[in-house]
Every structure is written in C-alpha cells, then in structure tokens.
Design a protein around this ligand. Sequence first.
Ligand code: EPU
Length: 349
Amino acid sequence: MNLEKNVPLQPYNTFGIAAKALALVRVRDENDLRAVLTDPQLATMPRQVLGGGSNIVLTGDVKALVLKIEVQGLRLASETDKHWVVEAGAGVGWHDLVAWTLDNGYPGLENLALIPGSVGASPVQNIGAYGVELQDRFDSLDAMDLLTGELFSLNAAQCGFGYRDSVFKHAAGPDGLGLAGRAVILRVRFALPKRWKPELGYADLERKMSESANHTPDARQIFDWVCAIRRAKLPDPQVIGNAGSFFKNPTVTTEQCADIIARDPKVVHYHLDDGRIKLAAGWLIDSCGWKGKTVGHAGVYEKQALVLVNKGGRENPCTGGEVMTLAKAIQTSVYERFGILLEPEPVVI
Ligand code: EPU
C-alpha cells in the first residue's frame, strides 16, 4: 500500500473540477484495503471511495482518505444453460467492459455503451440507458465491509436496486440495510443471456432502426447506434467536462401529471408499470429556458438541458460551488413553474 499526499483530483473527476485529495491510496485488490484498515494512522481517518469520478461534484479539497478503486480484471467466470457470467474488476472502465463483452461474443450490455464511469460505480446508481438498466443484467458482486474488513457477496435482491438507486446509496438505518460509506465494491458479475433479444423499445433507437435498412440488428449494430445517439446528444467528458444527467427524472401521480399538463400540454411523460408517471427532467428544465445559461464557468449543455457542463475546460475549470449554484437556481425555477423538486443525481463531496 502506498499513501500519496496532496494528489490533484482534476484528472479523476469527469467534470474536470480542480481539487486535491490530502491523502489517497490506490486500491488494486483486497490486500490494499486490508492494509488501510490495519494501519494505525489510516484506520481512524474518514474515507471517501472514488471510482471513475463520473458522478461526483467536488466542492473543495477532499480531507477524507480517498480510496481510489483500481481493481482490474475481465473474465468469463462461469456459464449456465441460460447465461454467460462475466466478471469485471471494479476499476475497469464501464465502456471497456461493454466493448470486451461484445468482442468476446457475450451480448446484453450494448444498450449501456459509452456510459462514463467504472464498473464498481455501476451498481451504486443502477446505471441505465435506452431501455436497459444494470439490474436487468446483474448477477452478483463482491465487496469489503470497511467496518469489519470482511469480504462478502450480494445478489440482485440484496442490492435493493431502484431507479438510479441501490443499497449503496443509503446510510445504515434501523433496518440495517444501507451500505453507503461502508462497503467497497471490488468485483461485479453480469449474467448475459445466451438467448439474446434486441432491446429496441426506446424512441431514439426505434428512430435509428427506421432510418436504416437494418430491421434485424445484432448486438454490435445496437452498440453502434447507441454510441451514435449518445455522441450526437451528450457531451464527451474528455472534451467538455460533465457528470451525465444532473437530475433524476421525477415520478408523479396521474393527478399531479394532469395538473402539469394543464400548465403545459407538451410535457414529455411516460407511463410506468406501477401506474405512476415519469416526467422528462430535461424537458422541464429546457422549457424553463435554461439551455446555454451559465453561472461562472458552469453551464447548461446546449443540446441536453439535463446535463450541466464545465465551460472553462482544464485551464479555467468551473468550481463545484458554481455547479451547485446553477443546480439550485434550476431547481427553484422548475419548482416555481411546475411544483416539482428535481433531485440531483451526482454525489456532492
Ligand atoms: N428533452 C427536452 N429538452 C432537453 C432534454 C430532453 O425536451 O433539453 C426531452 C427529449 O426530447 C425527450 C425527453 O426529454 O423527449 C427525454 O430525453 P432523453 O431521451 O435525452 O433522455 P433523458 O430522460 O433526458 C435518460 C437518462 C440518461 C440516458 C437516457 C437514455 C436519467 C436521469 N437520464 O435521460 O442517463 O442516457 O435517458 O436512456 O434517467 C445519466 O444518468 O447520466 C444518463 C445520461
């Protein structure tokens, strides 16, 4: 284990915000974590787990000990009649995993192509895109309990997945279920179906299919379409810093939705299986006129109002404070117009 001091975090967060970690340890396997837990000086420090840094807003230097998860490894762990079970280290880049599975003939993750971030962060917020969520392909994961130093595994039910939600986002409550700040994910396994079916229900993908001559796409074709859709509409964090969707899409009752439709009949909404209705947060923000607006060097992306971006690049990056001021102003304006309080997606540190 190697303790590094005053480590610049700008390369390690996709917003490109400049901040330092006062102390940082790179975790390449469970032994690195055990070494932290048994080190007399480090064991008592508060800790901050850092994955791909694609879902965080840094509002200052991080005083907690940063555990930067760099566990590598990609392999076919096992197979059943129905599934290939692929295992990836938490430090593997998410998109690298998706590309590797397709290169090796294990389809199923293609709709999740190009999502920034690491494999280890993917279950935390149950990433999703174009009609597929991580929980649809999840098998199990291995993690370490930072309180006891024990390794444990969780299946899908134990992860408590919800929309951009899991047990890893919740503090331990009276039910004892929350694992936020307590569990470090080391490896994740995915069950990829041998009888693969294309998932084409999402409007953007339907459009791609009807525009193309190919009406029986394979997984590679869907991967290419998803990459093209994302590149057209979402900023590449290598070029323009961002943390993906900044707010969750809110769900409302049919009565609340009727009230909003009365205010603006064009509101984009989708009916969920449980009778509730999901509203497109991007549309709500867009219709309040936020596209292109800025606070300091933080701005609202011109092509997708749900994404906040760093307009100052690496040289003059926005601060976390500017991002949060902009986010709060957006929340207030959407609340005043539609009576909906948008919930941020990224973790504010
Ligand atoms: N819209 C607008 N104006 C905007 C943005 C969106 O009118 O500025 C409208 C669009 O026209 C569309 C609707 O809102 O009718 C939904 O937009 P989009 O299809 O872009 O999807 P989204 O709901 O904004 C969600 C996920 C994305 C994911 C896409 C595709 C959330 C919070 N976001 O975005 O995930 O890639 O669907 O499945 O659920 C992420 O979480 O970081 C992320 C990028």
